[in-house]
Design a protein around this ligand. Sequence first.
Ligand code: UTP
Length: 267
Amino acid sequence: MTSNSCAVRKAVIPVAGLGTRFLPATKAMPKEMLPVVDKPAIQYVVEEAVGVGLNDILMITGRNKRALEDHFDRVPALEATLEAKGDITKLDAVQATSGLGDIHYVRQGDPKGLGHAVLRAKQHVGYEPFAVLLGDDLIDARDTLLSDMIEVQQKTGGSVVALIEVEPSQISSYGCADIEDIGEDGYVRIKQLVEKPAADEAPSNLAVIGRYVLHPAVFDVLEHTEPGRGGEIQLTDALQVLAAEEGEGRGVYGVVFRGRRYDTGTS
Ligand code: UTP
């Protein structure tokens, strides 16, 4: 079976980062558990994945991340108390989190970078395309970014990144995409990704955000990816290789997102 005919069924959510930007809030608590309105940030991300049919979810976790596993687990004593009190609204809210998809966990060990975290998913994912969602970006549930990206992956057989247009002065905070218009409606081809370029050297004002739909060829590339920026194994470096090569699972495409996004990654 080629990847083109292989549906996207699995989501990988890396949550093993140290979250240094939010210290001291994240000294003992994962940044993904920080509340956004009435839910921890991670719950929106899991709901987004499940909402497009990705019921098989793998979280790449690390030390201090046990609260994440607890959040998606049953709490029989709490449920019994709420039931006895007749607080059905809260009971529904508590039960909703444990009924979300089929969530698996694997530890990253050393947090050696996002690329290294994604590589830890290799065995669980196998040879099929998969989505990667980062908790730093929350996408409004009314927008269809992830399903649009899945469609592009299925059409192209390559890997797909999400892009947003930013003010030129902001591009130095992001990975930046050098793109080629290939005459397709809704997506472009990525020629090159440039990590955090100075504004006057940036090839565009298109920034990479935390949604990816990847061909499993990325795993083989990651296995040979040396530590890059910050001494970390960078997913961007592996995508760079896939963008430059031709053949099975090669080619990287970008979907420009113009919907509502909430960035929890900047303090
Ligand atoms: P970030 O670059 O935001 O790093 O990682 P971070 O450690 O979470 O946060 P700061 O910069 O220290 O504040 C982007 C995503 O990749 C995951 C993070 O959990 C986050 O979702 N990640 C990063 C890992 O899972 N493992 C790593 O080794 C690095």
